[in-house]
Design a protein around this ligand. Structure first.
Ligand code: MSP
Length: 499
């Protein structure tokens, strides 16, 4: 086995506080949570960050519409995200809010540095702006989009303002070189990386990084408080500001930034260029997943198919939090195709993988253990009739699983765990312990079979844990492995995963 780096740093986008959390936010955060749990299980000192993005102009507008102070509106909504992620038992190590002083101080320092190096300079912007996305759109793109937002269809706004600019154009060649090699900084999936490369080849303009007239909401440009730092620049810095302290610096660079395809440009182009300008190491990977749609259609409030907090809670109450996590991971839009959140699909996955495979297999083993051995896992009997092939294939399953987890193929990883369950079922079918047990003289052999089954399901449980920590911890309790919870936190999965 290759040795792993001692640390792992994983992030989610920070979410706008003008909206309540919905399935999109919950999904990316769940993916990051599963990945963080996997890396903790592999013994790595792991830092998992999520949070809220608060300095957007639309937040000022939404607060004004309601006649309340912007900070109060941001506080209320940030609280919703915090509470939702707590309720969904996300294991994030911190929750950054961009309106916090610890963030604002750092951003001021970063921009000061960029002004010093000349990577940020004052100029004038004239062009298009997507207000919903808070994004400046170059002329050729605006034309391609027919002057409408590709995300929400609203007309792009014509803007002319004095801005501070970031010298993005200077980083074009370096970015292309990096993306071509992919060993220092990478974008995945490959199709997304290719999109980014094609757009950089089209030519990079310097980008505005400040705005005037946004009131006092935001972080002023150092030395010029008539300008506020553009919300996207402020937001990207969260990944660094949160861990840019003496005790946390060891986590940089990030190992993976999980985002969706809507915000790829900022993460794959502007962010690494700014880091280069600051002379900081680049994140290892930006992984842009696709979107959830709902019941076959784009999610929309007017269609009533939005998977909002109420629906999320409904799934958790009806099927359990672990079932929701497992569905999101095994059926979600990692990769380049959108995924459909449909109730019928959810129920299929729940029945086939969770209830029938994992649940039934464990009940069978537990019931036989109770019936024939008074509930104690039997000792390995004299008739070791299990072939090496069986233990080997469990080990192969876990090796394939680990590779899938390390490369963020969560659906494949789920399949590996389910496959091992299938093998246990197959073993029970072929050895027929329930028939053997009819003759008492066979009990030592039955003991051996059940011992092997318990061992295999114990290993499967380690694979399921990042996805379904609650259910798996109940299982550990039932097979006398309570101490795993602490052992895993202390020293990771290590040799516990070998047969
Ligand atoms: N605040 C910016 C991100 C700044 S990061 C430095 C932002 N916020 S957002 O609230 O709009 O969240 C966007 C993210 O939410 C997406 O990148 C994705 O992670 C998630 N999703 C939102 N809708 C989604 C789907 N329908 N499906 C899957 N995930 C999506 O953009």
């Amino acid at each position: 086995m290759t040795t792993r780096p001692p640390k792992f740093y994983v992030t989610t986008p920070i979410y706008y506080v003008n909206d309540r959390p919905h399935i999109g936010h919950v999904y990316t955060t769940t993916v990051a949570d599963i990945v963080a749990r996997h890396h903790r299980l592999m013994g790595q000192d792991t830092f998992f960050l999520t949070g809220t993005d608060e300095h957007a102009a639309k937040i000022v507008d939404a607060a004004a519409e309601r006649g309340i102070a912007t900070q109060d509106w941001a506080d209320q909504n940030a609280e919703q995200f915090l509470q939702t992620f707590n309720r969904l038992q996300m294991s994030n190590d911190d929750f950054i809010r961009t309106s916090q002083d610890r963030h604002k101080t750092k951003v001021t320092q970063y921009v000061e540095r960029l002004l010093d190096t000349g990577d940020v300079y004052i100029g004038q912007y004239e062009g298009w702006y997507d207000a919903g996305q808070e994004e400046y759109i170059p002329e050729n793109k605006a034309k391609e989009y027919e002057y409408k937002s590709p995300i929400n269809g609203k007309p792009l706004v014509r803007k002319q303002e004095d801005n501070y600019f970031f010298r993005l154009s200077a980083y074009s060649d370096k970015l292309l070189l990096l993306l071509d090699k992919g060993d220092e900084f990478d974008v995945q999936p490959v199709a997304r990386r290719n999109e980014v490369i094609a757009r950089i080849r089209d030519g990079l303009n310097d980008v505005p990084i400040s705005r005037t007239g946004a009131g006092q909401w935001g972080i002023p440009v150092p030395g010029d408080d008539t300008h506020m730092i553009y919300v996207w620049i402020d937001a990207l810095f969260n990944y660094l500001s949160t861990i840019d302290t003496a005790d946390r610096q060891k986590y940089w660079p990030a190992d993976v930034h999980f985002i969706a395809k809507d915000i790829l440009w900022f993460h794959a182009v502007i962010w690494p260029a700014m880091l280069m300008a600051l002379d900081r190491p680049l994140p290892r990977l930006v992984y842009a997943h696709s979107f959830w749609i709902s019941e076959g259609q784009k999610m929309s409030k007017s269609l009533g198919n939005f998977i909002d907090l109420e629906k999320i809670d409904h799934y958790v109450e009806t099927f359990s939090l672990d079932a929701l996590r497992y569905f999101l991971a095994s059926s979600g839009p990692m990769g380049t195709t959108d995924a459909d959140f449909a109730e019928s699909k959810f129920i299929d996955v729940y029945n086939s993988d969770l209830a029938n495979a994992f649940g039934n297999c464990f009940s069978r083993i537990a019931n036989m253990t109770v019936k024939y051995f008074g509930g104690k896992v039997p000792v390995l009997g004299p008739h070791v009739d299990v072939s090496d092939q069986y233990t080997k294939s469990a080990e192969q399953c876990i090796a394939r699983y680990t590779l899938a987890m390390d490369t963020y193929q969560l659906d494949k990883a789920c399949q590996c765990a389910v496959e091992l369950i299938g093998q246990i079922d197959g073993y029970i079918e072929s050895t027929q312990p329930f028939k053997l047990a009819k003759d008492e003289r066979n009990l030592p052999q039955v003991g051996t079979i059940l011992y092997h089954c318990t061992e295999a399901i114990r290993i499967a449980s380690l694979m399921f844990w990042p996805f379904m920590p609650g259910k798996v911890e109940q299982l550990w309790h039932r097979i006398g492995c309570d101490e795993y919870i602490n052992a895993l936190a202390d020293r990771g999965r290590g040799d516990l995963a070998s047969w």
